[in-house]
Design a protein around this ligand. Structure first.
Ligand code: FMN
Ligand code: SF4
Ligand code: SF4
Length: 260
């Protein structure tokens, strides 16, 4: 790639998108040098203009690109029309989330020339209905598809392929009620005081700054900022947070307080 590096950048709530991005890095290293970053941990001197091309990955949450990646995109500035490969991971169906991101990306000087959606374990489903085995599986042949997509992207770069915005999937309207519900309904999250060690990992991992520990130990306060990403539940090492109420569990939504 004429001596310039490839950038792989992703947001990942619970690890699926990070795993795909890391697997891509392995593949891309055959072709060129690349840097890989999470949008949450960028070096101080990060500048997208240092890269000739980029791969951008994000999970689909509530039929949309996860909000933290949209926030990152809103700050991107380049006049260089950098060609990008967009990918999303989803549990079932990514709807128009790649299209949504692609349309916004072009406004920031990023030109999507390839787009892919990978079906991974469903990190919402596994919390909502943990007995359903289907939520825990990735699509068959995922690795092969990722490898082939990486080769394809490198080929498209060579031929200076034009911008390609994913077409509108009009049949997504059938999922509109589910989408509206996901975007507007904040699932209640319950805290088990007996399990909580007060480690604060949930607070640190919340991408929306919606959690805070109170002075009285082990008490967690949720704010209206919550984007219902469920990351805190996944990241709690003591399994003290849950979407369901069981013995000794406090309904934390009843302690809603805006801590902005
Ligand atoms: C809050 C939330 C909402 C989700 N919404 C959708 C969705 O609308 N459609 C879908 O196919 N998968 C959905 N998923 C599943 C994720 O897209 C999928 O598990 C993804 O691979 C998670 O990536 P991550 O581990 O990098 O966060 C959702 C997951 C979460 C946690
Ligand atoms: S408090 Fe809300 S926004 Fe923060 S990690 Fe938990 S679910 Fe996500
Ligand atoms: S991550 Fe879990 S154990 Fe740690 S403070 Fe949060 S709820 Fe408590």
């Amino acid at each position: 790639m004429n001596g310039k590096k490839l950038l792989i950048i992703y947001f990942s709530g619970t690890g699926n998108t990070r795993s795909v991005a890391e697997y891509m890095r392995k593949n891309m290293k055959k072709h060129c040098e690349c840097d890989i970053f999470s949008t949450e941990k960028l070096p101080d001197d990060f500048d997208i203009n240092h890269y000739k091309a980029a791969v951008i990955g994000f999970p689909t949450y509530h039929s949309q690109p996860a909000l933290p990646v949209m926030k990152w995109l809103s700050k991107v500035k380049t006049e260089k029309n950098i060609p990008v490969f967009l990918f999303t991971t989803c549990g079932l169906y990514s709807e128009n989330s790649l299209r949504h991101f692609a349309l916004e990306a072009v406004k920031h000087g990023l030109i999507p020339i390839k787009n892919s959606s990978y079906r991974c374990s469903a990190t919402d489903g596994m919390l909502l209905a943990p007995n359903m085995e289907i939520w825990f599986r990735h699509e068959n042949g995922l690795e092969e598809r990722i490898s082939s997509d990486c080769d394809d992207f490198m080929g498209l770069l060579q031929i200076h392929a034009p911008c390609r915005i994913p077409a509108e999937k009009w049949y997504s309207v059938l999922n509109a009620p589910n989408k509206l519900m996901g975007m507007n309904y904040r699932h209640r999250i319950y805290l088990d005081h007996n399990r909580c060690t007060g480690c604060g990992k949930c607070v640190r991992s919340c991408p929306a700054g919606a959690l805070a520990m109170t002075e009285s130990k082990f008490r967690i306060i949720f704010s209206q900022k919550c984007i219902s990403c469920l990351r805190c539940v996944h990241h709690c090492p003591s399994k003290a947070l849950s979407l369901y109420k069981w013995k000794n569990v406090e309904r934390v939504w009843e302690n809603t307080l805006d801590i902005s």
